[in-house]
Design a protein around this ligand. Structure first.
Ligand code: PEP
Ligand code: MG
Length: 584
């Protein structure tokens, strides 16, 4: 019997299919959430408790009023121009009776707890905004949500008490949608698995889910609506299959599979200290991708040769202010110190698209094609310079490299290099030391960059191919949109040509080149990329040993020709068959 085959046996059991984004099998009880931040308790207040509950609500409103006033007073010159305006708007929304008075009435009349009353009113307001014709006004619902989140936080003190860790390990989080900012909050927890209705496999939500190293599925469409709180669910992150209320036999089968996968993972740990080289002696650098400084421990545990991609923008999420130069410096230095001289590649802010700082960037009508990454940084020079100074300051504590995302134009490279020069001059004026020869690299993730590589190799010290975006922009599929997720295809001939040509041209120019997109952590792609000539891979620490296993079983001269055959097969089905042969 195959898993899930008799999923209807118990009657109440059902199966949903989505896209598995993180492997393994999780078995646990469903916990339904809206967003990580708006998950609040719902309970009834006794009549004699109503007055105290209203007072609790009023105190939270007053506290947030004070916080917003303090933030408005402290917005630094480096903050994006819109930030101050957003804070005034938030103060105005907070003072409006819709948020500061109506919830009091709900507590009094319906006797719901303060958080519940506030979220009820928020849902009502958001629904009204949704009906507005003006897209600008419609988008203002985000501001309401952000103000409500602030008040909830004030009411919950340090936030709602997370479930006991022993309980968490039995919890499968079920959500309609989660933003990357929501997902990063889950790093503080130890949930068994995640599933969402929306999201593509290389969305940043999925990427963070993968970095949590627990089974996860996105694009299930109806999970949030069909699964009930507390129901037993099996999450098969390899196949993208969710089974609710599995029958005894199915459950047993998955328990067996889970143990088998755990044993395989344990076995891989033996590879941690072995040299990463092919059977014919070619060294292959395996580095780690991280989102937060705390992830470095896992990178070290996996034996990473360095940090190939530090997605620094995650330091900027889930907060209303921007991290100062000092705060950023400390974060970057922490990573450099923990890597003990091994390279640390810090990518400058890749904000925009699906990652936004509270209120500051609006994304535009088409966020993936809008003011994102280096475009956003060049439009906000003070913010960019603050980050560059922080990275430069940290550079004397290790081997730090600067990586610039989403470059497409020569003038973007010129402006970025000018900004780095200016940041250096600013530090010179302050007599602050830094690595004067810090290397500056560019991400190749827009087809325009891949197709005009000559200029890039002349101006930059190294390159890193971001296959997630390269695939998104080559195939014109929004990586966050599950309705087009089936069109995401790393084996599309156009994608393979861009990757293979970039590697070849970079090598010819003697410019080091890595792949740091999700393809680098996909064991099915390792031998293909090695055949294309790639010698530097960067991936989530959890994938590193599986990739090393592929490297160790490969002879370069045996994969070069078969890899070229995959690349030359203009039919994706044929490419898939040839890849299977290459991996056999
Ligand atoms: C990529 O695009 O492949 C990449 C590594 O960057 P991100 O996933 O953060 O956009
Ligand atoms: Mg990218």
């Amino acid at each position: 019997m195959k898993p899930g085959e008799n999923s209807m046996a118990t009657g109440a059991s059902f199966t949903l299919h989505g896209a598995g984004v993180a492997g393994g099998i999780a078995i646990g009880h469903a916990h339904l959430v809206s967003t990580a931040r708006l998950e609040v308790a719902h309970y009834e207040i006794a009549p004699e408790g109503v007055e105290a509950e209203i007072a609790r609500f009023d105190r939270a409103i007053a506290q947030v009023r004070g916080e917003l006033a303090a933030l408005q007073a402290s917005v630094s010159a480096g903050a994006p121009a819109e930030m101050k305006a957003i804070l005034s708007l938030h103060a105005m929304l907070l003072n409006d009776s819709n948020l500061s008075v109506v919830p009091r009435e709900l507590i009094g009349n319906r006797r719901c707890n303060a958080e519940w009353a506030l979220v009820l009113q928020m849902d009502y307001l958001v629904a009204q905004f949704d009906e507005m014709d003006d897209p600008y006004l419609r988008e203002r619902k985000q501001d309401i949500v952000q103000v409500v989140e602030r008040v909830l936080k004030a009411m919950l003190g340090t936030g709602h008490a997370p479930p006991e860790p022993s309980h968490e390990e039995d919890v499968i989080v079920v959500a309609h949608d989660l933003s990357p900012a929501d997902m990063i909050l889950f790093k503080q927890h130890r949930y068994a698995g995640f599933v969402t209705d929306l999201g593509g496999v290389t969305s940043h939500t999925a990427i963070v889910a993968r970095s949590l190293n627990i089974p996860a599925i996105v694009g299930l469409h109806h999970a949030r609506g069909m699964i009930r709180e507390g129901e037993l669910v099996v999450v098969d992150g390899r196949e993208g299959v969710l089974i609710a209320n599995p029958g005894a036999q199915v459950l047993e089968e998955y328990q067996r599979l889970r143990s088998k996968i755990d044993a395989e993972r344990q076995k891989l740990k033996h590879l941690r200290t072995s040299r990463s080289a092919t059977m014919d002696g070619v060294t292959v650098e395996l580095q780690a991708n991280i989102e937060l400084p705390q992830d470095v421990a896992e990178a070290n545990e996996a034996g990473a040769a360095g940090i190939g991609l530090f997605r620094s923008e995650f330091l900027f999420l889930n907060r209303d202010d921007l991290p100062s130069e000092d705060e950023q410096f400390e974060a970057y230095r922490e990573v450099a110190d923990a890597m003990h001289g091994r390279p640390v590649t810090i990518r400058t802010l890749d904000l925009g698209a699906d990652k936004s700082i509270n209120g500051a960037d609006r994304g535009g009508p088409n966020p993936a094609l809008g003011l994102r990454a280096i475009r956003f940084c060049l439009a906000e020079p003070q913010m960019f310079l603050t980050q560059l100074r922080a990275i430069l300051r940290a550079s004397r504590h290790g081997k730090i490299r600067l990586l610039i995302p989403m470059l497409a134009h020569a003038h973007e490279i010129e402006q970025t290099l000018a900004a780095v020069r200016l940041a250096k001059e600013m530090l010179d004026d302050r007599k602050i030391p830094y690595d004067r020869r810090i290397q500056i690299g560019g991400m190749i993730e827009v087809p325009a960059a891949a197709l005009s590589l000559k200029y890039f190799v002349r101006k930059l010290d190294f390159l890193s191919i971001g296959t997630n975006d390269l695939i998104q922009y080559t195939l014109a599929i929004d990586r966050t949109d599950d309705t087009v997720a089936h069109l995401y295809d790393p084996l599309h001939p156009a994608v393979l040509q861009l990757i293979a040509q970039t590697i070849r041209s970079a090598k010819r120019a003697k410019t080091p080149v890595a792949v740091c997109g999700e393809m680098a952590g996909d064991a099915a792609m390792t031998r293909l990329l090695l055949g294309f000539g790639l010698r530097e891979f960067s991936m989530h620490p959890a994938q590193l040993l599986a990739i090393k296993q592929q490297v160790l079983r490969t002879r370069i001269r045996e994969v070069e020709k078969p890899a070229a055959r995959v690349y030359l097969a203009h039919d994706p089905a044929k490419a898939r068959a040839l890849l299977a042969k290459l991996n056999a």
